[in-house]
Design a protein around this ligand. Structure first.
Ligand code: GLY
Length: 379
């Protein structure tokens, strides 16, 4: 496992050094013909805008090459335009400011970055509805006051970290109420995760489970399943509450039991045979999450989950199977092109499928560095 991960780590470093030196100040989302696009003017508040910064901080942490720090800091400063735009702030602040400001604070001790992190955390806490959930999106697509989504679990570390930094438990308590609501209303009996749940914003009553970015109502969007197994693991790591680890295992079991033998992750575990779209982002996120969960179970899970050794091995082997698929069948290692992964899909019913998306590359790098020990843990 180490030899394989070290080999991929060298390919990553070779490629990203070339990309960092030619990219300028873009904030990429996708690549067209191998060239990154730029969301600075297109939508500075887009939820994925932190991931290029996160990649640069991971590379800086692993290599200490100054170019990566420069690129990451440039991007973080640009995101101040988002931080000052109330309507552009939604529940995805963790994806934007953990990958940038938190990573920066960890690696450089920047107080300016810490200030950004706390501002983003305070805004996220302000989205909490005392009926029991953190509101996901704003109202661009209708009345969303009662909408919450599974992805939000990945943003909760912003709140846990804010409580650690300030000594004020408010942030952590909000995160835990949301995580408890997610256990109750997002995770089905079979361990599969709903993408979206609509609550009555006045009472917190469950109203509906609309189809989200997966195949449809009642289906299992693979990226959502990855967010779930990864997100509950992190809530356990921050709180040590065993219900979060138990739920992470239920979600991971579903993910692992449905992962095909070849390690290729579809967009939805319940999608039809045709069209059989791939989402390599879901694969990279799932693999990184499974590696974290496997290690967490080994270190802290023996008193909570029965058969911890066998379960940890199974999760690690599945993560490796997925990573082998991604790095051997779906990666572009040419240093003249900008993206690594090639077959990511934002949503099953979108017009476009199987193209590069920046967070796929982030989580692939994170997973590989997690194995080699070069990761900067930002969650
Ligand atoms: N967080 C939105 C997505 O995974 O597409």
């Amino acid at each position: 496992m180490q030899d394989y991960a070290k080999e991929i780590s060298s390919k990553i470093k070779k490629k990203e050094f070339a990309v960092a030196n030619r990219i300028g100040d873009k904030i990429p989302y996708t690549a067209v013909n191998g060239v990154f696009d730029d969301w600075t003017d297109k939508n500075l508040c887009w939820w994925t805008n932190g991931f290029w910064g996160g990649m640069m901080w991971q590379l800086y942490g692993a290599t200490k090459e100054e170019i990566y720090k420069e690129k990451a800091m440039e991007l973080e400063e640009k995101l101040d335009g988002n931080l000052m735009n109330y309507n552009g702030m939604d529940h995805d602040s963790g994806f934007k400011w953990l990958t940038t400001s938190h990573a920066s604070n960890l690696l450089t001790g920047s107080k300016e970055s810490l200030n950004r992190l706390l501002l983003a955390a305070a805004n996220l806490a302000g989205r909490f509805n005392p009926s029991g959930f953190i509101r996901a999106w704003n109202d661009e697509k209708g009345d969303n006051a009662g909408w919450a989504i599974i992805d939000c679990l990945m943003n909760l570390p912003l709140l846990y970290i804010a409580s650690n930094v300030t000594g004020d438990p408010r942030f952590k308590k909000i995160a835990m109420v949301h995580a408890d609501t997610a256990i109750k209303h997002f995770i089905r009996n079979d361990g599969s995760a709903r993408h979206i749940v609509i609550f009555d914003p006045e009472t917190g009553d469950f109203l509906d489970e609309p189809g989200g970015q997966g195949y449809g109502k009642g289906s299992v969007w693979t990226r959502g399943q990855s967010w779930a197994l990864y997100g509950f693991t992190m809530s356990f790591l921050h709180t040590k509450e065993k219900r979060y680890l138990e739920t992470a295992v239920r979600c991971a079991d579903f993910f692992v039991n449905n992962t095909p033998d070849d390690g290729r992750i579809p967009v939805d575990f319940r999608q039809p045979k045709e069209p059989d779209y791939t989402d390599s982002c879901a694969g990279a996120i799932g693999a990184s999450g499974l590696l974290l969960l496997s290690k967490t179970l080994r270190n802290e899970g023996a008193d909570i989950v029965a058969g911890v050794e066998e379960i940890s091995d199974r999760y690690e082997q599945t993560a490796l199977r997925i990573l082998h698929y991604l790095t051997e069948n779906d990666s572009d290692w040419n240093t003249e092109t900008d993206n690594i992964l090639m077959s990511c899909t934002a949503a099953y019913h979108d017009k476009e499928h199987e193209f590069p998306i920046i967070y796929g590359d982030y989580y692939l790098i994170e997973a590989i560095f997690r194995i080699t020990g070069e990761e900067t843990y930002i969650w």
